[in-house]
Design a protein around this ligand. Sequence first.
Ligand code: HGY
Ligand code: MN
Ligand code: MN
Length: 420
Amino acid sequence: MSTTTTATTANAAHPSSVSALMREIEHLGRDRTRGGYSRPVYSHPELELREWFLAAAAARGLDVEIDANGIIWAWWDRPDGNRSGALITGSHLDSVPGGGAFDGPLGVTAALAAVDLLRSEGRQPSVAIAIAVFPEEEGSRFGVACLGSRLLTGAIDPDRARSLRDADGTTFAEASAAAGFDPRHLGPDPSRVAQFSAFIELHVEQGRGLVDLAGPVAIGSSILGHGRWRVSFTGQGNHAGTTLMADRRDPMVAAARLIVGIEEIARTVPGARATVGRLEPVPGGTNVIASRVDAWLDVRHPDDDVTAALVERIRTRASEVAAQQGCEAVLVEESLSPTVSFDANLRDTLQHALPEAPVLDTGAGHDAGVLAAHLPTAMLFIRNPSGISHSPEEYVEDADADHGARALATAIMAVEAAPH
Ligand code: HGY
Ligand code: MN
Ligand code: MN
């Protein structure tokens, strides 16, 4: 694929600002229908973003490799080339449908800018640094969040990953092969993970956590447990004009009643979040009573047991509303991530290095949450004045983005110097 975007020609004397790097990719993957950006994994725009990153890394003389899971690793090596104890940063480039510009790319561009900053100051960490780009963090195309980091760490069975299908029926194996990765090689890479000493992911803050506080940078404390379930209602497809109301078994009505019920149930559980953001009727005709309706449920809560209990209440409600319509309902788990607390020592090191940065938890999932089970992991959040994310309104001021790169550079030097 030809790179339509020229990467920065940054060098140690002229570090690139985050905003300049973000502007280089701002035209890739714009969604004219939804607004914002739609950059599904291995789609044309996301592949162009990957090409852009490869060029930006090469322009910095970083040694780039793409592993069997499609994860890109751009290495700032030590002079002796030793990569053991490497410090990893980076994030993802894929987006939700109609997503914001910053969710994912901010972490990737800030990592490039942080490397530029350290080099411009003549500083070389004592450990190798790698900027990682993880595929399918959003799970927007194949349904499982953080698919790349789950494959890397063995958190998903490779056969299950290979068989995941997108809305067009394309499997992840087929999409990986089309992107140049042999799907037979998807799977855990323990020796790679064992090389790493820590992972620090910088990410746009996706709520109001920093809007109401003073500074532009926060340190992450934990990630809310979260999961996704597909609820399939089946009824009788039929003609909208010839089918009397009394003769219907309409799964769309059952789905609608469940969605209202989910909102009512979730409001009874303090701290719970439950969302249906995606609804797919089959066949989806204006003058057709659907034969099936799939609804995707996203449930989150700090206590994983509460999440499980909430989902069971929703499962019961789905059966009830289906029976009222003479329909069937099946609820299937598609993705589940436990609540994760970041490494306390690493968090303390970051707090010592960035004393003005408050410590915040997040309700959004991240690859850092998956890697946290295998190595010390931390996150830095950058102020989003809108307090809105997974939406075109997500926003980061240029100055705050550059504060973020500076904070990441400071964090990298603090962590590499800290006793391990
Ligand atoms: O869904 C999430 O929390 C993340 O943005 N993938
Ligand atoms: Mn993200
Ligand atoms: Mn996201």
